[in-house]
Ligand binder design. Structure first.
Ligand code: ADP
Ligand code: MG
Length: 385
């Protein structure tokens, strides 16, 4: 980190104000994929990789941000009206956060900021949520607001994505990176924002992230399409049964969808994935049955591939290579799908061997290099020093 501290001084020069350092992690969703918008609970966890923010107060009303990872920089006058501008790229996330903080009557100071990230962006590990929550937290903490409300911060980040950038996304990402807790996943109801922590002791196994290095191209249009299909499936079931969300349907209710092949498959995934969340909690909580949890991960991937059809060839390839290795007890795609990352639980004795095996075979099959990280589950957004 010393290197980036020096870089900060090189870029912004010396001043008598202190430089503070903040961190916001990325997240993975362990299980419960594509059910958050169907009334189901998700089980995300904050990661040991994320975005670091070096920040120092300025004497004027400017906020300047430079990112070491993604070219571009942004200079924002806090007092001016802020609008989305495509050319500002990632600067729009920052503008959105400032705009809505101002609307909520927070008085934000001027700052110089340098960002450094250990989290791959656009890979389904929620770098956008990490950026939003980091910014919101830094701005408030550095502007002398204490007891920062993390629910507010999560909703602020979501609002920036939905209203400022026009991206149709839920609140899981922001909530996970704000509320993360070391060695715990978060069982979260995204409608009501109630949550409990579930300890994640993987015993002799380690959680790995497999990045396909295939950016999620189709992601958003397919996400919207799946949401619509789920609504249609729900409408049909509701003609027969009083339920509010698709996750409240039972497997027997699929009978009502037997003439709608596509809707049948989508609903089947949702209903079964919802059950897998509860089975996973049992496996993690009560008897710490990690092998059973691994099997659930495999089933989740199969369902996302065959019934929900959101995996795509890169994720299918990396997951099937991972699953074929003897030290892997479970693997599945995580996030919205169509590229991005998968997770795998690997026997800690064979991590290097597993990495070499997946690297080699994935490159042979897809002609693309993947990245594999061993991941720890860590706390959410915080000030480091
Ligand atoms: P994900 O959240 O899965 O990583 P998104 O497409 O939602 O993918 O968000 C990625 C975007 O977030 C990037 O294109 C960029 O605009 C912004 N971003 C992420 N990390 C950084 C960073 N370190 N510096 C600047 N912008 C970043
Ligand atoms: Mg995102």
């Amino acid at each position: 980190m010393k290197k980036f501290y020096n870089e900060f001084l090189k870029i912004y020069g010396k001043s008598d104000k202190n430089i503070s350092l903040y961190f916001c992690p990325g997240r993975v969703n362990l299980i419960g994929e594509h059910i958050d918008y169907n009334g189901g609970k998700v089980l995300p966890a904050a990661l040991s990789i994320g975005i670091y923010g070096f920040i120092r107060e300025r004497e004027d009303n400017l906020i300047k941000v430079i990112s070491m990872n993604i070219p571009n920089s942004i200079k924002i006058d806090i007092k001016s009206d802020l609008f989305f501008n495509k050319e500002d790229g990632w600067g729009n996330y920052i503008k959105g956060i400032i705009k809505y903080l101002k609307e909520d009557n927070f008085n934000i100071k001027g700052f110089d900021i340098l960002l450094y990230s250990t989290l791959p962006d656009s890979s389904g590990l929620s770098s956008s949520a990490a950026l939003e929550v980091l910014m919101g937290f830094m701005f408030l903490d550095m502007s002398d607001y204490k007891n920062i409300d993390k629910k507010y911060l999560s909703m602020l980040g979501k609002k920036v994505e939905n209203k400022f950038l026009g991206i149709n996304s839920g609140i899981m990402d922001q909530f996970s990176v704000a509320f993360g807790k070391k060695d715990n996943a978060i069982l979260l109801n995204t409608d009501k924002l109630d949550y409990t922590y579930i300890p994640t002791n993987f015993g002799d196994y380690r959680l790995m992230i497999l990045n396909t290095n295939k950016k999620r191209g189709l992601g958003e249009s397919k996400y919207n399409e799946r949401r619509k299909e789920c609504e249609e499936a729900l409408n049909i079931i509701q003609e027969h049964k009083k339920i509010e969300h698709l996750c409240q349907a039972d497997i027997e209710d699929l009978e009502y969808l037997k003439d709608e092949k596509v809707l049948f498959k989508r609903a089947k995934h949702v209903i079964k994935e919802n059950k897998r969340v509860y089975k996973s909690i049992e496996a993690l909580n009560n008897n710490n049955n990690i092998k059973f949890f691994g099997e659930i991960l495999n089933k989740s991937h199969e369902s996302l591939k065959n019934d929900y059809e959101v995996t795509g060839k890169y994720l299918d390839c990396i997951v099937s290579i991972a699953q074929s290795h003897e030290s892997c007890i479970g693997s599945r795609m995580t996030g919205a799908g169509f590229g991005g990352c998968a997770i795998a639980l690997i026997d800690k004795k064979n991590i290097n061997e597993f990495k070499n095996f997946v690297n080699r075979n994935y490159f042979d099959e897809m002609g693309l290099k993947c990245e594999i990280y061993e991941i720890k589950i860590e706390d959410g957004v915080k000030k480091l020093c």
